[in-house]
Design a protein around this ligand. Structure first.
Ligand code: GRG
Length: 290
């Protein structure tokens, strides 16, 4: 039977193995990429892709490269987000950030290379698997780009030290965090062969999950444990960032996070498939303390 732990193990193994035989003059680049990829991480995005795919098909191991490539895109965004010119963080996934270990120039290149390597993997997969894989790739490219994650990051940076509207806050999080989470869900569904109606339901699920995930992230930034979450807390306040907690307060943020998670569960239950493991993952994301 498929479990979240089993998927996580397989993703971890794939990502570890990916860099093992890399040698040559550019070895430091691979070491830097591998460092950030393999020092932890919940692997939520690839797990979502595989769980959604496995609503439709049993051969989920086939999509591991596609799913792992999404983790590479996510990891690149974290490396760049931690740089001095962005959030300037020295701790990530419980370890020194990439630029603290390899220096800023190598960290920038490692992020760039992870993004490119992800699309190399996905293009090879698509050449083999055909149209559905290309449609899933389209979702991912949009989500990672200027109208997705990078656009959200830009608005986030421009909003530092300013008070922003609720609409702007939603824009930041729907793009910066939500877009890649939604695309991870949709990619799995498209690869699995979901029909139009199911895609609409799963899109709503992905959207809500991304939002709940971000609200929880804001809550953990205030009341989380530095050792457990593996990064510094109170970074939002220190960077003068407007968050769900600063907008709504802690208790209302918790209530909203719970309500949106319940909407996610409802979307899953309205599918005609066995969504028990996806429901468990969804609830875990609400309850998590890291
Ligand atoms: C620099 C292009 C560029 C984009 C950065 C995603 C992002 C955009 C920045 C990350 C900033 C951040 C901490 C956002 C909060 C939500 C989030 C993405 C948290 C980290 O994701 P997790 O919790 O981390 O899945 P792990 O380490 O478990 O993978």
């Amino acid at each position: 039977m498929i479990t979240v732990n089993l998927i996580k193990r397989e993703i971890d193994e794939y990502l570890k193995g990916y860099f093992e035989d890399k040698q040559g003059l550019n070895k430091e680049l691979f070491d830097s990429m591998s460092y950030s990829l393999n020092i932890g991480g919940k692997r939520i995005r690839p797990i979502l892709t595989i769980l959604t795919y496995s609503l439709y098909k049993d051969d989920w191991k086939k999509v591991i490269p596609f799913a792992a490539a999404i983790e590479m895109i996510h990891t690149y965004s974290l490396i760049h987000d931690d740089l001095p010119c962005m959030d300037d963080d020295d701790l990530r996934r419980g370890k020194p950030t990439n630029h603290k270990v390899f220096g800023e120039a190598v960290a920038v290149l490692a992020g760039d290379a992870l993004l490119n390597e992800a699309f190399n993997i996905i293009i090879k997969f698509s050449i083999k698997e055909g149209r559905a894989a290309l449609l899933a790739t389209e979702q991912l490219g949009e989500a990672a780009g200027a109208n997705g994650m990078i656009g959200g990051q830009l608005v986030d940076i421009l909003s530092e030290n300013k008070s922003i509207t609720k609409d702007e806050l939603y824009y930041i999080h729907e793009h910066k965090t939500g877009a890649l989470i939604k695309a991870s869900v949709l990619a799995g569904a498209i690869l699995g062969g979901a029909d139009k109606e199911e895609l609409v339901l799963l899109e709503k699920y992905g959207e809500n999950l991304g939002l709940a995930f971000q609200i929880k992230d804001d809550i953990l930034d205030v009341e989380g444990n530095k050792e457990l979450i593996g990064k510094n807390i109170n970074s939002d306040a220190e960077n003068h960032k407007y968050t769900f907690v600063s907008l709504l307060g802690l208790e209302d943020s918790k209530a909203l996070c719970k309500q949106i998670t319940n909407n996610c569960i409802e979307s899953l239950k309205s599918l005609k498939y066995n969504t028990v493991v996806m429901e468990e993952l969804t609830n875990f994301l609400l309850e998590r303390n890291y």
